[in-house]
Design a protein around this ligand. Sequence first.
Ligand SMILES: Cc1cc2nc3c(=O)[nH]c(=O)nc-3n(C[C@H](O)[C@H](O)[C@H](O)COP(=O)(O)OP(=O)(O)OC[C@H]3O[C@@H](n4cnc5c(N)ncnc54)[C@H](O)[C@@H]3O)c2cc1C
Length: 427
Amino acid sequence: MKKRHLIIGAGNAGLSAAATIARLKPEDEIEIISDEPWAPYCRCLLTYYLEGKITKERLFAWGEAIIRKNRLNYHPNERVLSIDSNNLSVECESGSRKRADSILIATGSKPFKPDFPGADLPGIFTLRTFNDALAIKQKLKPGGCWAVAGAGLVSLKTIIALRQYNIKIDLFVSSKRILSQVLDSYAAGLAAAKLDENRIAIHLNEEITSAEPAAGDQLKLTSNRGRESLVDGLLYAKGVIPINPLAQANAPDNLSRDNQGAEPVNHPEPRSDSSKRQDGIALDSHLEYSANIFAAGDAARVFDLVRGRSERLPLWPLAGEQGHLAGRNMATTRPGSLYDYPGAISCNAFSFFNLDFISAGDRVIPQDNPDWHSDKTIRNDTYCRLNFHKNRLKGFILSSANHNNLNHLRKSGPLLARIRREALDRG
Ligand SMILES: Cc1cc2nc3c(=O)[nH]c(=O)nc-3n(C[C@H](O)[C@H](O)[C@H](O)COP(=O)(O)OP(=O)(O)OC[C@H]3O[C@@H](n4cnc5c(N)ncnc54)[C@H](O)[C@@H]3O)c2cc1C
């Protein structure tokens, strides 16, 4: 029987689900809704667009190819306000109400906004959408001064883009090292040394506490240490928060099946607890939230194979693999035969100033715990750290300061396979 599928969000999760349904059930109707005014594009490439490394056409080529190849019905500029999980319908900002046989929530995440005094001033940016990139690009001028708050991957990718404009950069990091989520202190030290070589001033344990307008369309930023900086712009990149359009009033009291991992089986979004909402949508092993409502990508919380519990893992490839699996389950005509999502491993690969890193799983381990140990090798321009828990590989960090040393980085494939194998073999 022909079914109707509604996909909220046109990122990697949404488009991967749509492409999978189109391949498995070409006769079904698929509608994709996005609140962005643009055709779908590859969000990870936004900093390369800022840098001038890729054109607008290249940024949009990925999404256009998927829409065209699968003849998908795409509606930009349409925001979903709420989901009625009992009637399988959504209410949109335009006033329209859409019904479907299955719904995918692939709404992604949005950046944390600063809340210090002056945080709303022009010149203070976050970077998530093509509109954000256009606004930043308009403000960039060669030889200017910028500040960046936060030392994760979006910050570092943006710094590389700003360097193309010969911009002086101050990096404010509230923790004691950069890239603290994906590197240990040794590897973070390698990365910090590269930034230093490239004249990026790193201020550790320091946060911006206020902004005021200054002469010449600039901003005066003040930090908790009393440092004052005059800048043309501030990029605030201190993490993301999932977007969850589920209507609270219609949400079921319990999840339809056992939630994976150690999370409680209660409703994933208690009504008055906004901190819980930041956790993402809790799902069962089929990536189903309640009957015929699925979620995938940054908006969701999924089983982390390494940690053995459900977590938010906001990464591009994981959004794609979850979208594919949710799409398969949405396309199925036999409700008893849904596919299980085995779980995800967080993995980051990045490269800057001729320094390459790949890291995955548990990058840092508890100290003074005899169940844990690390093997570290530093040789020439490479670093390898393997982290074990009771002799099972739980995580690794590989780095190479020689762009051509692919052999070292190629170890990541077998290492990831080993983490997966040992995590799945729970015996
Ligand atoms: C600058 C930048 C660089 C990045 N680099 C990397 C990288 O190198 N490697 C990596 O793994 N990850 C990277 N990421 C993260 C990666 O882009 C995300 O993990 C990925 O895009 C998540 O995909 P998604 O489909 O879940 O959500 P998204 O890509 O966020 O898509 C969500 C979609 O839902 C729509 N939407 C949201 N709410 C509504 C609503 N109420 N109604 C209708 N539509 C709605 C949005 O408009 C959007 O189309 C980067 C992110 C950024 C911003």
